[in-house]
Design a protein around this ligand. Structure first.
Ligand SMILES: [Zn+2]
Length: 385
């Protein structure tokens, strides 16, 4: 295995502990220097705090078209997880490479970097763009400024390949997600006089019950899209906080919920439905006791779904590259919907499995890494003059 093979590069990348809450600059600097060593100048886009950056670089002619190879450089934390190997030091056993991010998704980035010399070995007919983001794991945040910059360029890439772990299966879609927080402000009083107060927990419970009803309506068979599992949009409340003592009517309750949407379904419909219910059924009763009470809804994060057509150029190229047109979808989200929104058709295919992502002893197999190297070799052959 050469010093610049995907395995050696992955070992370097895993060594940078780029948990989303921490800086990724050391890793970005490593990649920028690696590219500079091959005569490629990288463009860095820093966040406001200046402690994180995304990287964009172009191989080949700076003309319209071309393909974006995209991945996120951040990883999820290892706190509280029982790792049997050091998470930020790659180790190998039984054909597996262990370490945080090996599957999600530094394995793909390592393969892309390893393919750079190969891509540059002959003139390219159209460009290959590398787009590496940060803060993907906390709501697909870091890619947005890079996409805004990309949108301003005179010519746009023709398609984007996101190397999230799909076991190298060709993926054309996933659901979108909207995460929301709802804060109910009630009025506290001694519980012996409960009717003089406004019980924030009880009103939150009504709101959550109504969300359940809205979710049930989305599961009706006429809304089904069988490309996805489950084949309908879902609503789920996952966190709730409220109350201090049983003998105090609670003045505050907050809960977080999410809407996982089929591509094309606007999650705002659910939020609007909840808002209408609050305004018509709950707020008049709350205000009758105290006009200072209220219900506030605020978005936490959102990313759009992805549903690239099987007969599109992007899908056909992906089928060629990975040697399969058994197109599928994944349950997790990616930055793909955001690329798609700025007019860059996007597909997903990468080494490793999300069954190992976000878990202790995360790994990617050498076989998957080799498979990804082979896929990128086919891309190089396809793009060479
Ligand atoms: Zn990922």
């Amino acid at each position: 295995m050469s010093e610049h093979g995907s395995r050696a590069l992955l070992a370097h990348l895993v060594g940078f502990a780029t948990v989303s809450r921490d800086s990724n600059l050391a890793l970005i600097e490593f990649i920028a220097q690696y590219l500079a060593g091959h005569g490629i100048e990288a463009e860095l886009l820093f966040n406001d705090a200046g402690d994180k950056a995304s990287l964009f670089a172009t191989l080949g002619p700076d003309v319209a078209g071309g393909i974006v190879l995209s991945g996120h450089t951040d990883v999820v934390p290892v706190d509280g997880q029982a790792w049997s190997v050091p998470p930020f030091e790659m180790s190998e056993a039984d054909g597996r490479l262990y370490g945080r991010g090996t599957a999600d998704m530094k394995g793909f980035i390592a393969c892309v970097l390893a393919a750079v010399p190969q891509l540059l070995a002959k003139p390219l007919r159209s460009p290959v763009h590398l787009a590496f983001s940060y803060d993907e794991e906390v709501g697909c945040l870091g890619v947005r400024p890079m996409l805004a910059a990309l949108d301003q360029r005179p010519h746009k890439p023709r398609l984007c390949l996101i190397g999230e772990p799909s076991e190298l299966q060709p993926v054309l879609g996933h659901k979108g997600k909207l995460a929301m927080r709802c804060e109910v402000r009630g009025l506290a009083c001694h519980s012996a006089h409960a009717p003089s107060g406004v019980n924030a927990i009880e009103y939150a419970a009504r709101l959550i019950g109504h969300l359940g009803d809205l979710g049930e309506a989305l599961a009706a068979p006429e809304h089904h899209d069988t490309r996805f599992d489950p084949p309908y949009s879902t609503v789920q409340t996952g966190v709730i906080h409220g109350g201090r003592a049983l003998n105090i009517v609670p003045a505050e309750c907050a809960f977080d919920f999410e809407v996982r949407t089929l591509p094309g379904f606007d999650a705002q419909q659910v939020v609007d439905g909840l808002q209408t219910y609050a305004e018509q059924r709950l707020l008049p009763r709350m205000h009758a006791v105290d006009p200072g009470t209220g219900i506030r809804l605020q978005p936490l994060s959102a990313y759009p779904g992805l549903a690239t057509a099987a007969d599109s150029e992007a899908a056909q190229l992906l089928a060629y590259l990975c040697g399969s047109d058994a197109f599928t979808t994944v349950a997790f989200g990616t930055e793909g919907g955001l690329f798609d929104e700025v007019g860059i058709p996007t597909v997903v295919c990468g080494p490793g499995s999300m069954a190992q992502g976000h878990k202790p002893d995360e790994f990617v197999t050498l076989e998957q890494l080799d498979g990804c190297d082979a896929m990128l070799k086919r891309l190089a052959d396809h793009l060479h003059c």
